[in-house]
Design a binder for this molecule. Structure first.
Ligand SMILES: [Zn+2]
Length: 369
């Protein structure tokens, strides 16, 4: 193979166009992956259309750019220094890249690297430009080069469409890990019916959380969340008022041990505050949804109640492997995701579909190059 189809963005806020371009060559420590599915996150259209204006300080891939955040496929070639991975292996490619050489990277805290970058999406620091030079391509192409450190081996139990959802599932999983969620905790998920919220619910179930308090507006979607496990999930629609007293009553008056804040940027401040006010003494609040308004937080409440308020972004390749292992073992059930698959030349429609999901976070928008 010498050339491949790739859907590329040629100028900001213009539709993607499918081009024939050379197949990239993997470096010595890289693999070449034949992409079979790539997830489309709801924010991707914002990145391609608005980020240069909204967030001019965030580095973006050079135009014409191959976007696509969550690729899964098969390895077709490996660099000469690659051990343990071989052609034919089914994989998910974690798009998280870091410099590999700074103090944070050396400690294994790759997400905290100042050059942290999402291949096929955007970067966070000046070092991201260097990373985009080395790994310019995302998943909206037939082939993609990726470093071995990004590879999650997929068991047969994980379909490519399911793996294409690993990005936001992993974001929810990492948040639950930060919060030390498990069989000894109750977990409130604020914004439970969105992409991150559904993921957090599925992962909390997989991690043995005995009581999950799902909070959102849409009653129909909350009913679908409840159906995932009627015994362990209770739901509250904020259409009937704030969740504070309800959440306390559901936890013997103490409040949930953990709160996952999965609300998006546009959420009203009160929707976050009323959920936070329910959290128990010693509780841990982890924000992952991108809610971006200023919150009035009283430090003495944080101090006296020993509350932790944490930010969490993305997840490590090792956590991606955890998820693959949980699916194989049957503890993480992804069968309720509803895949909507698009061909490569339908990328623009896929971006649109990701913005207008008819079944909330259950919808899984996938491009299949
Ligand atoms: Zn680094």
């Amino acid at each position: 193979m010498e050339s491949m189809s790739a859907a590329r963005l040629h100028s900001v806020a213009q539709p993607f166009k499918v081009d024939q371009i050379p197949v990239p060559t993997p470096g010595d420590d890289d693999v070449l992956v034949r992409v079979r599915a790539c997830g489309v996150v709801p924010n991707l259209k914002n990145v391609a259309y608005h980020y240069p204006e909204w967030f001019p300080f965030l580095p973006l891939p050079k135009l014409p750019a191959i976007y696509g955040l969550d690729p899964a496929g098969e390895i077709v070639a490996a660099g000469r220094h690659v051990d343990g991975l071989a052609p034919g292996q089914r994989v998910y490619v974690n798009p998280a890249r870091s410099c590999g050489a700074c103090a944070k990277c050396r400690r294994g805290e790759t997400v905290a690297c100042a050059s942290f970058t999402f291949a096929g999406y955007f970067g966070f620091g000046q070092g991201s430009h260097r990373i985009f030079e080395r790994y310019p391509g995302g998943g909206f192409a037939e082939y993609l080069v990726a470093p071995t450190s990004s590879i999650v081996a997929l068991p047969d139990e994980v379909s490519f469409e399911q793996a294409a959802r690993f990005g936001y599932l992993g974001t929810s999983y990492a948040a639950l890990c930060h919060a030390k969620a498990g069989p000894h905790t109750s977990v409130l998920i604020n914004g439970a019916t969105g992409t991150l919220g559904v993921g957090a619910t599925l992962l909390a179930l997989a991690m043995g959380v005995p009581k999950i308090l799902a909070v959102a507006r849409n009653e129909k979607l909350l009913a679908a969340i409840k159906e995932l496990n009627p015994k362990r999930i209770v739901t509250h629609s904020t259409l009937h008022g704030p969740c504070t007293e309800w959440a306390k009553a559901e936890t013997q008056g103490f409040g949930p041990d953990v709160m996952i804040e999965a609300l998006g940027p546009d959420a009203p401040v009160d929707a976050t505050l009323t959920a936070m006010q329910s959290v128990s003494r010693g509780g841990r609040i982890v924000t992952i949804g991108g809610m971006e308004k200023d919150l009035p937080i009283n430090p003495i409440w944080i101090m006296c109640s020993q509350i932790s308020y944490l930010g969490s972004a993305w997840f490590t390749t090792a956590q991606g492997e955890d998820m693959a292992t949980m699916v194989k073992a049957g503890t993480l059930d992804l069968s309720r995701l509803e895949h909507q698959c698009f061909k490569l030349d339908q990328v623009n429609e896929a971006l649109e579909a990701a913005q207008h999901r008819n079944h909330g976070g259950f919808n899984n928008i996938v491009v299949m190059p």
